[in-house]
Design a protein around this ligand. Structure first.
Ligand SMILES: Nc1ncnc2c1ncn2[C@@H]1O[C@H](COP(=O)(O)OP(=O)(O)OP(=O)(O)O)[C@@H](O)[C@H]1O
Ligand SMILES: [Mg+2]
Length: 438
């Protein structure tokens, strides 16, 4: 059996993964490979609704999407999150069939759809601009796709009204798009996309044009709708808060590649690159160099001051690293106090009251400014005072060799739990009080 023939059988099997149709098996009873049809008992649908396999899209010489692979599960709410121009829309358009990958494969429900036009993929898209037909009523906008499919009128009516009820637009059937608010228009666009019963709904910044309050409300509604219908949603946004609140998983994109895929919690608490740490939520990114390693700890000079952190695998003296520490994991104290955790000296620059918490801006001795977020008003100091910035041991995530905003470093260093210690402020570290922080 030739290589091509074998590849074809594998491809066929992959396509059949979504059905109960017979699959081809490669058998080797007598040492020769043969084709044989068989049925898989109780075989279910593919676990993955959408799969991107080494997908690249080039416009001219530059890749808009660069060799990405991603598996999206059935019924999952997956968000593509990243800054402007990172390739989110291009990825979505390739799944929908509006763009063709330069290389790689796209599977829907286990079946390659590369040769299929958009209308032959069971996928619908909701755009930020709504793209409603301005000369049609709400009812006609939603009914459009079903009419194109020549569904009987009675069924169309039933389905359209059901969809309008779902998006809370009952009674709006005869309105024209220009008689609707932004949120209502977006609901019509969602109803129009859902009426065809797609397996996958692609949403490209669907709430981008709405004001903050409506946006928050629609986020909840969309999430609820997705859970109710069990449809796979692939949602595009550059708003990290929106991604964190709505998604089952987030794929963080940067410059055409996927830097990390994970649950909102994983992405937030265990970023794998400086880019992800800086892009998701507020984070203090501190520069450091590994100085020494013992079985109990790792010495690192952080922003010019030496601290001892719990032992990490994979770190060698001389290695440049970045520490990502969330503001809520940091706290302030007065110079001279002896703490158990790692800490750095600095000067309190400003303090901002933000309702339930207070943000303190502290200039470290290296000149780096960090943000400390604490509940209530910290009693220890006033702007202008010398302070100590500490953090809870093990709350730092250590990342190596990438400037904030750079191409990714996948070298997340494992084992971030454990005790850390401020052992020595070193010659370059001016201390305001008598303290040596141990
Ligand atoms: N048709 C095209 N021709 C040439 N370049 C394109 C085309 N479409 C997109 N690009 C480029 O590909 C890159 C990715 O674009 P894309 O629209 O996917 O970004 P995005 O992540 O959706 O950004 P935004 O958040 O601004 O919508 C950009 O550099 C863009 O200029
Ligand atoms: Mg876009």
């Amino acid at each position: 059996m030739s290589y091509t023939e074998r590849e074809n059988i594998l491809k066929y099997n992959r396509q059949m993964a979504v059905t109960t149709r017979p699959r081809l098996a490669v058998t080797a009873d007598d040492g020769k490979l043969k084709r044989k049809k068989f049925y898989l008992e109780g075989y279910n649908m593919s676990d993955y609704m959408v799969q991107l396999v080494n997908v690249t899209k080039r416009f001219g010489d530059s890749p808009a999407v660069d060799n990405i692979s991603l598996d999206v599960r059935q019924g999952e709410f997956l968000t593509l999150l990243g800054p402007s121009g990172c390739g989110k829309t291009t990825t979505l358009r390739m799944i929908a069939g509006f763009e063709h990958p330069t290389s790689g494969d796209i599977l829907l429900n286990g079946e390659s759809v590369l040769g299929r036009p958009p209308f032959a993929r069971n996928v619908n898209t909701v755009f930020q601009s709504y793209a409603l037909f301005p000369h049609m009523t709400v009812y006609d906008n939603v009914a459009f796709g079903l009419r194109m499919k020549k569904i009987p009128g009675k069924q169309i009516r039933q389905r359209v009204l059901e969809m309008l009820r779902l998006v809370q637009l009952e009674g709006f059937e005869e309105r024209m798009p220009d008689q609707l608010s932004g949120g209502q228009k977006q609901r019509v666009a969602i109803a129009r996309a859902l009426v065809n019963n797609p397996q996958v709904l692609l949403l490209d910044e669907p709430l981008g044009a709405l004001d903050l309050k409506l946006r928050k409300q629609m986020q909840m509604e969309l999430k609820h709708l997705q859970q109710q219908l069990g449809i796979t949603f692939i949602y595009v946004t550059h708003d990290q808060e929106e991604a964190l609140t709505m998604s089952d998983r987030i794929a963080v994109m940067n410059r055409g590649i996927i830097e990390q895929v994970g649950t909102p919690r994983e992405i937030y608490e265990q970023p794998v690159s400086v880019f992800v740490a800086a892009f998701i939520g507020d984070s203090n990114i501190l520069e450091g160099t590994v100085t020494d390693r013992t079985t109990s700890g790792t010495g690192i000079v952080v922003e010019g001051c030496r601290v001892s952190l719990s032992f990490r695998n994979g770190m060698v003296p001389g290695q440049r690293v970045y520490l990502s520490i969330r503001p809520e994991h940091m706290f302030l104290s007065v110079p001279g106090c002896v703490g158990d955790g790692p800490c750095l000296p600095g000067r309190l620059v400003d303090r901002i009251f933000a309702g339930s918490f207070v943000k303190s801006l502290v200039a470290l001795q290296s000149g780096k400014q960090v943000t400390v977020s604490e509940n209530g008003l910290p009693a220890c100091c006033e702007p202008g005072d010398e302070v100590i910035v500490g953090w809870h041991p093990g709350k730092e995530v250590i990342l190596s060799d990438a400037q904030p905003g750079d191409a990714p470093s996948q070298s997340y260093i494992a084992g971030n739990a454990g005790a850390g210690k401020c052992v020595d402020v070193g010659a370059g570290c001016r201390t305001a009080g008598a303290g040596v922080y141990r």
